[in-house]
Design a protein around this ligand. Structure first.
Ligand code: FAD
Ligand code: FES
Ligand code: MG
Length: 307
């Protein structure tokens, strides 16, 4: 196991198991808004770009006062020494990151973390993604295709303005199905509907990778289990260090406690205790609401020149 070190901007040394990081702040090279509240950031991180594999993520701390949050490495560019993150602004930290501009620096970007996705010559692989989960599924679809699999992808969003990466998913998939909950684009419905069709048509599906909201991953898992279709989900518990030390990302899989950051983030869907995970993820909802409210008030005050 590789053990490399990272030095945070505040000058503190922090070990990252399996990880490397740029020594000081990581510069944002490009920023693009790709959907309502969803931003693509290309960040300078040459060492991470060299080592990352599908399924890896980084833990990001926007500045020395910020909390740490995990984000999937969607892509990398060795020539530019950069990684791409796609971030949906759901709370204080993600909205703050999405308010940064090209040229700004992010204090710490630690990674690559987590086990790479177990990619093999499976045969027919189905990649199912809901919402920003498409950003997490794209590198898996690309890796599955590169390994010689037939890739069938299903992507969905609540509404057209929240749909991301359709073109990229189309380019890497042999078949692509697009759904929106409200029917504002392509088929009206949920991502499990095209998956149900494929199963009922008797298509041979060897492996399913599903990433998105917890209820969506649970629905996919419940659909595939009776048909014994191997299914992986990428779990999203609250993570702090991302290196197996804090225990914040505890999940129950197959009756055993696992740490999603070092044992996952992908697990056998049919073994996951979704109820416990959903409960744990709601534990700080009030604190998160207050933090977001304060952040928005500060942003408005800054905009109005009061701060
Ligand atoms: P908050 O208001 O603090 O929280 C909103 C919700 O996000 C919470 O209710 C909780 O469910 C979840 N959350 C909060 N803090 C954390 C945390 N430290 N770790 C994990 N979840 C948290 N989001 C993306 O937009 N793009 C990605 O590529 C992406 N990849 C992820 C990869 C992994 C392995 C994991 C575990 C999560 C990923 N997420 C991704 C989710 C992202 O980390 C959360 O949306 C983010 O941490 C929310 O922080 P916040 O302060 O903006 O929101
Ligand atoms: Fe701390 Fe996984 S995030 S143990
Ligand atoms: Mg937060």
């Amino acid at each position: 196991m590789l053990r490399l070190e990272t030095v945070s901007r505040a000058g503190m040394r922090a070990d990252a198991v399996n990880g490397v990081s740029a020594p000081m702040g990581n510069r944002i090279l490009e920023k693009h808004s790709i959907a309502d509240g969803i931003v693509r950031l290309e960040i300078e991180a040459p060492k991470i770009a060299k080592k990352r594999k599908a399924g890896n993520f980084v833990v990001v701390r926007a500045n020395e006062y910020a909390e740490r949050i995990p984000l999937t490495i969607v892509d990398s560019d060795l020539g530019r020494g950069s990684i791409t993150l796609i971030i949906q602004g759901v709370g204080k930290s993600t909205r703050f990151l999405n308010s940064l501009c090209a040229g700004d620096e992010i204090a710490d970007v630690i990674g690559p973390l987590g086990h790479p996705t177990p990619i093999d010559s499976f045969g027919n692989v189905v990649c199912v993604a809901g919402g920003v989960g498409t950003a997490e599924v794209l590198p898996i679809a690309r890796a599955a295709k590169a390994a010689g699999n037939e890739v069938i992808s299903i992507i969905g969003a609540r509404t057209r303005n929240l749909l991301i990466l359709e073109q990229e998913m189309r380019e890497t998939s042999d078949e692509l199905y697009v759904v929106t909950d409200d029917g504002s684009y392509e088929r009206k419905g949920l991502v499990i509907h095209p998956l149900e069709d494929l199963i009922f048509e008797g298509r041979c599906l060897d492996v399913v990778f599903a990433i998105g909201p917890m209820q969506m991953m649970r629905a996919v898992s419940e659909l595939t289990e009776p048909y014994n279709i191997k299914t992986f989900v990428s779990l999203n518990p609250v993570m702090i260090d991302g290196t197996g030390m804090c225990g914040g990302c505890r999940v129950v899989v197959g009756g055993q406690t696992k740490f999603a950051c070092v044992d996952g983030p992908e697990f056998d869907a049919h073994q996951v205790d979704f109820d416990t995970l959903i409960l744990r993820n709601r534990a700080y909802i009030e604190e998160e609401r207050i933090a977001l409210e304060r952040f928005e008030t500060e942003q408005i005050a800054r905009f109005e020149g009061l701060v």
